[in-house]
Design a protein around this ligand. Structure first.
Ligand code: SAM
Length: 243
């Protein structure tokens, strides 16, 4: 395509994603608020509500980035629980860790550099796993979903918060214009980097829609799968249980 990202090979995709997140790590939080006009906070709040995480739970926030979800989970699990913030990218992990420590979020949070495709934890470890705006960056999504299922405890839940497909043609039009014109321009202005934000827009468009992702979760071994559309389907929250 004119964006040049359409036909990248898997190993190239991994390098490109690494480059994108090294490049945006420092401006990530500001851009998140700007690009979503603050609404990502609501999407994340709903994710926390649906997680049913409580005192003593073991939680994995994979692709956790700068730690928005980890911060909330840390409060919920208390000192008898544990939250693992895992991310493949050391720049994002460093920014996240520094930010949480600065906010006094310490004691029950661990930081692990890990690829969602091969999680370095024993089977049946976690009560809850979240992956927020991360799955679309993963090269082998099926492998990642299987890996998450493996490290969840039986009865544990996976929550996937991700951009999805809008169900309203007008909204789709507005949204496409926004993400392919305004978003890269904002990226350039605020973060000095339009390419990275163009990649983000492209990765959103290529991500599987609601039904496809639900089918992938079933295929990976999850049961009782459901999803909730938010903001007209711009974002969806998928839930699945490990049997
Ligand atoms: N979860 C955070 C949030 O909602 O604000 C961060 C989301 S950020 C858009 C996506 C994150 O996914 C980045 O920090 C990136 O490094 C991470 N990531 C990309 N590919 C990954 C992989 N294969 N395994 C683990 N993390 C990955």
């Amino acid at each position: 395509t004119h964006f040049g990202y359409k036909d990248v090979k898997p190993d190239e995709k991994e390098k490109m994603v690494a480059g994108v997140f090294h490049s945006v790590a420092d401006s990530y939080d500001v851009m998140n608020d700007l690009m979503s006009m603050g609404v990502h906070r609501l999407w994340k709040r709903f994710t926390i509500e649906l997680s049913a995480v409580r005192k003593g739970h073991q939680v994995l926030d994979i692709a956790g980035g700068t730690g928005d979800l980890t911060k909330q989970f840390s409060r919920l699990v208390g000192d008898t629980g544990r939250v693992v913030l895992a991310d493949i990218n050391e720049s994002m992990l460093r920014v996240g860790r520094d930010r949480l420590i600065d906010q006094g979020i310490v004691g029950n949070v661990e930081y692990v550099q890990a690829n969602a495709e091969c999680l370095p934890f024993p089977e049946n470890t976690f009560d809850c796993i979240t992956i927020a705006f991360g799955l679309r960056n993963v090269t082998d999504k099926a492998e990642a979903l299987r890996s998450m299922c493996r490290v969840l405890k039986p009865g544990g839940r996976l929550l996937v918060l991700e951009f999805s497909k809008t169900n309203n043609p007008l909204l789709t039009k507005v949204y496409d214009t926004y993400s392919f014109s305004l978003l890269p321009a904002m990226g350039k202005l605020v973060a000095g980097d339009s390419e990275s934000y163009r990649y983000l827009a492209e990765s959103i468009r290529k991500h599987p829609d609601q039904k496809t992702l639900e089918a992938m979760m079933k295929e990976a071994g999850f049961v009782n799968t459901t999803y909730h559309n938010m903001t007209g389907g711009i974002v969806a929250l998928h839930k699945g249980i490990k049997p």
